[in-house]
Design a protein around this ligand. Structure first.
Ligand code: NI
Length: 173
């Protein structure tokens, strides 16, 4: 089921998500919904808080840019190593139409539980490394515009407020 994606600024997007204590069918259904929501919105990553659920779950699919990668769901992801530096022009499904350069680590190693509850460790580079950092930020109440200048952030905030009021006026659109 495709869920509604919250638009920044939203109080839920500022909260820290809670660790998943049991990987059960409810979590697997949520993961499935998150993939469907991400694909419907044409994104490469989505974090549970973006659909209003404060649990530490992210989904990623960077295969269009990295054919050797595969769609992946991470439960309770933890960055255990970060190497190098890179800058990437990021966007976010919660901040539609906006893109800004963000400095990130170039290579990250992430530890997580898969949807079967098995512990996995994955070393990521390229777009996947960026996406893992962007999505784990969401679990800590941080969005990419928190990494840009105050001036840019406030301009984006104004545009998002306008976008939200337009959507409220035309709820069927
Ligand atoms: Ni995002």
């Amino acid at each position: 089921m495709v869920r509604e994606i919250l638009i920044w600024p939203d109080p839920i997007l500022k909260q820290k998500a809670k660790p998943v204590t049991k990987v059960d069918d409810a979590v697997r259904t949520l993961v499935k919904d998150m993939f469907e929501t991400m694909y419907a919105a044409d994104g490469v990553g989505l974090a549970a808080p973006q659909i209003g659920i404060l649990q530490r779950i992210i989904v990623l699919d960077t295969t269009p840019r990295q054919p050797e990668s595969k769609p992946i769901a991470m439960i309770n992801p933890e960055l255990i190593a970060m190497e190098g530096e890179t800058t990437y022009t990021e966007g976010c499904l919660s901040i539609p139409g906006e893109a800004e350069d963000v400095d990130r680590a170039a290579v990250v190693t992430v530890k997580f539980l898969d949807p079967e509850g098995q512990e996995q460790t994955l070393k990521c580079d390229g777009l996947l490394a960026i996406a893992v950092q962007h999505e784990t930020d969401h679990l800590n109440g941080t969005v990419f515009v928190d990494h840009v200048s105050t001036l840019k952030r406030e301009l984006i905030r104004k545009r998002m407020k306008r976008l939200k009021s337009e959507r409220e006026e035309r709820p069927s659109a």
